[in-house]
Design a protein around this ligand. Structure first.
Ligand SMILES: NC(=O)c1ccc[n+]([C@@H]2O[C@H](COP(=O)([O-])OP(=O)(O)OC[C@H]3O[C@@H](n4cnc5c(N)ncnc54)[C@H](OP(=O)(O)O)[C@@H]3O)[C@@H](O)[C@H]2O)c1
Length: 232
């Protein structure tokens, strides 16, 4: 029997895949999700040796996709204990605020901000009803106001906005044993992070997994890196 039911967005590769693996190794049931079913099924085939895996397609920028996932989880489990909003796009190192392609920025915000926002709107009521929930928003130091430079305007703004969402929702959980936090995984060797990044996906996943199992009720609406609170 599994401990908790967890869902990780964008868990077919990168940090999301490592989070799914880590949560399985801790005894949780993990619902792996991916935009393309073929990618997700491949991940599930690999991950199933580590524990109890389920699968559903999910594109966080598609309302109908979120609706179908919610309907499936309500019908199959009537609960979701852990939600990891990991899916993210467009680390736009090639532009600054002045020369930014705003259509691209729009697309980034759609996935990196409205995606998690819609996911939380879909699943927080279920968590409140069950009086338990851990929501982890995978953000970035690029979204920290105190670390910002000129580059990655769309990405940085999207992650700052995601951090604001963390704070807003942290005020809406009303106890209920629900905790919502943001995390920077560090610079991680993935398709997004590139080959020069110093951290493995497993290292990047560590604090995310720790937050997914957090016990301390005071740690709500905060921003973490390496299991320590950092500045917004
Ligand atoms: N890598 C780093 O150094 C680093 C540093 C700080 C923060 N982060 C954050 O960590 C998270 C994971 O990054 P990563 O490095 O693992 O990136 P990645 O290797 O590029 O993987 C991104 C994942 O998100 C999925 N995704 C993208 N758009 C989606 C959508 N609309 N709906 C559902 N899934 C979607 C991708 O699916 P497809 O396979 O279909 O594209 C993929 O599974 C992101 O939020 C990123 O901003 C990463």
């Amino acid at each position: 029997m599994y401990e908790k039911i967890a869902l990780v967005t964008g868990s077919n590769r990168g940090i999301g895949f490592a989070v799914a693996k880590g949560l399985l190794l801790k005894g949780h049931k993990v619902i792996v999700t991916s935009r393309k079913e073929i990618d997700g099924r491949k991940a599930v085939k690999y991950l199933s040796v580590f524990g109890d895996v389920d699968y559903h397609t999910l594109d966080v920028s598609d309302d109908e996709s979120i609706r179908q996932l919610k309907e499936y989880i309500e019908k199959e489990y009537s609960q979701l204990d852990i939600l990891v909003n990991n899916a993210g796009i467009n680390y736009d190192t090639w532009q600054t605020a002045l020369n930014a392609d705003l259509d691209e920025v729009h697309e980034t915000i759609e996935t990196n901000v409205f995606g998690p926002w819609k996911m939380i709107k879909a699943f927080l009521p279920m968590m409140k009803k069950n009086k338990y929930g851990r929501i982890v928003n995978v953000s970035s130091g690029s979204g920290a106001m105190n670390e910002m430079g000129a580059g990655t305007p769309g990405y940085s703004i999207s992650k700052t906005a995601l951090n604001v969402l963390t704070i807003k929702f942290a005020h809406e959980v009303n106890g209920n044993d629900i905790l919502i936090n943001s995390v920077c995984p560090g610079w991680v060797k993935t398709d997004m992070g590139g080959a020069s990044a110093p951290r493995t996906p497993e290292e990047g996943a560590e604090t995310i997994i720790w937050l997914a199992e957090l016990e301390d009720p005071n740690l709500n609406g905060k921003f973490f890196r390496d299991k320590k609170i950092i500045e917004w």
